[in-house]
Design a binder for this molecule. Structure first.
Ligand code: UDX
Length: 477
């Protein structure tokens, strides 16, 4: 290797939603730790929020050459960007607009970009990279099991196993996803499969983005060989150059500690204001006595669902820390209503409510013994690393698959999919926190041990990241 060569300049482009940014920014940081020059592309809209809630200079200042740049997400300024808004980025005219901005930036940027790390859901980034002859690393932030299920959708349809024939058909096993034949039911397929029209635009979109992956030079996945080995083998039959480098947050922690000889406070929050007071509340609770409840950054629920979840938590008598994002409850403007006021009153003795928590810190707090989650992939990995068993209440997309793997393959939690009544919530909370506490705590601790070893020196994810770094250097020459 030519040690005099300037460091590779890598442009990193995530889908502009919290779950994707969280995972992609960490890969950008890892490449910065390796000495690369990074340009991180944030949407204009998110950049404004980032400036509001994050000390950018403090966080990114430790990486010389790390630059944040903005790009349009293609939507008008006044767009509310709630729920699954980001799907709008892929409408033809909008996608064209973003693609053009990206192309213009890449043509004009100095120093020139040597390699692009594109979010594995942004197929148009692969097109632009190919057009301009720039090497492209595709980073799929969701789980390998969901990637593989998405990849297989055309085959499932071809085999006549889709569409699903009504609610009585939901427990039928799907046999055409290699490696998942024994546990994947209709209800565990990505949520876009719950339609009757197999030409549905969302099915077409996710299949298109996923099937683009073999065109990239490299596919990076946020997992470890030891977690997802069998599925990774299947994915490698389509995309030979797969690097499993996760869990990415733990990997970054390890690398920063090694480089700086101290533990950095890594819990970067990007888009919401964090309520740190919940940590003081957790400090007052007994070890493993609290269930943490959070459904990520884009899940929404009805007011009725909120009341059922909340009532189940209260009835369980288990202490809880509940994240209720202000934009997450549809028809939430119920401040004056008796039922919600009553729930708030009762919560004072038993729980703590926040708009947004420092989640990784919470999961690693000794008082936390369980996680009621929507099974977003970042949340799932963060829980695994912290050794916290889960109750999964998936909302959409990959989460239906993730929750099945958590409960049925890894056996580190329970799947509450498609159910939301207070009795079930109460029972599952008690199962995880009391009745089957040791069983779940032991399996989660074992999985945490194996997973944390992967990101230590000599571990599979650590070694894979070293290979990725070297490959990017070579591709950049
Ligand atoms: C979405 C999808 O749900 C997910 O499955 C997909 O893989 C990526 O995009 P999101 O729904 O936000 O993301 O869930 P998740 O992937 O779990 O990411 C949420 C992130 O926000 C996590 O890193 C979590 O630590 C953080 N978070 C969440 C907080 O910091 N505080 C909170 O209060 C809640």
């Amino acid at each position: 290797m030519d040690t005099q060569a300037p460091p590779p300049h890598v442009l990193v482009f995530p889908v502009p939603i919290q779950g994707h940014i969280n995972a992609v920014i960490k890969l950008a940081e890892l490449l910065a730790v390796a000495g690369f020059k990074i340009t991180f592309l944030n949407s204009d809209h998110n950049h404004a929020r980032l400036l509001k809630f994050t000390d950018i200079a403090a966080h990114f200042g430790r990486y010389p050459g790390f630059e944040l740049r903005t790009i349009t997400d293609g939507l008008p300024q006044e767009h509310p960007r709630l729920g699954e808004w980001f799907l709008g980025m892929f409408e033809d005219a909008t996608e064209m607009k973003i693609k053009q901005s990206l192309r213009d930036m890449l043509v004009n940027i100095t120093p020139p970009v040597d390699c692009i790390v594109g979010d594995g859901f942004l197929g148009f980034v692969v097109d632009v990279a190919k057009e301009l002859g720039i090497p492209i690393v595709y980073y799929r932030t969701s789980s390998p099991c969901s990637f593989w299920a998405y990849y297989s959708i055309p085959d499932i349809i071809q085999a006549g196993e889709l569409p699903i024939k009504g609610s009585e058909d939901m427990d039928r096993l799907i046999t055409t996803v290699p490696g998942m034949e024994t546990y994947l039911r209709c209800r565990d397929l990505p949520s876009c499969c719950r339609v009757t029209d197999m030409e549905d635009p969302v099915i077409r979109l996710v299949t298109k983005q996923t099937r683009k992956s073999p065109q990239a030079d490299v596919l990076v996945l946020n997992t470890a060989e030891e977690l997802d080995g069998p599925i990774l083998s299947q994915i490698r039959t389509k995309c030979p150059n797969v690097y499993a480098i996760g869990p990415i947050s733990a990997q970054l922690n390890t690398r920063l500690k090694a480089k700086h000889g101290e533990s950095y406070h890594l819990f970067l929050n990007t888009l919401w204001e964090v309520d740190k007071k919940c940590i003081s509340w957790l400090d007052q609770q007994l070890n493993r006595s609290v269930i943490y409840v959070s459904f990520g950054s884009i899940t929404s629920m009805s007011r009725e669902q909120l009341v059922e979840l909340w009532s189940g938590l209260l009835n369980s008598k288990i202490k809880f820390l509940f994240v209720v994002r202000p934009d997450s409850v549809i028809g939430k403007d119920v401040e004056g209503e008796d039922v919600v006021r009553e729930l708030y009153e009762k919560t004072k003795d038993q729980g703590y409510i926040v708009d947004w928590a420092p989640q990784e810190e919470v999961l690693n707090h000794p008082a936390v013994g369980g996680f009621l989650t929507h099974s977003g992939w970042n949340s799932t990995l963060e829980s695994i690393v912290a050794g916290v068993p889960m109750i999964c209440w998936p909302y959409f997309a990959d989460q239906q698959v993730n929750s099945r793997v958590v409960s049925e393959v890894w056996k580190i939690g329970l799947d509450m999919k498609d159910v939301c009544d207070r009795n079930t919530v109460e029972k599952m909370v008690n199962d995880v926190m009391v009745d089957r506490k040791d069983e779940f705590a032991n399996s989660a601790a074992e999985m945490a041990k194996v997973t944390n070893q992967c990101v230590n020196v000599g571990g599979s994810s650590y070694t894979n990241l070293d290979r990725l770094i070297e490959d990017i250097r070579v591709m950049s020459l």
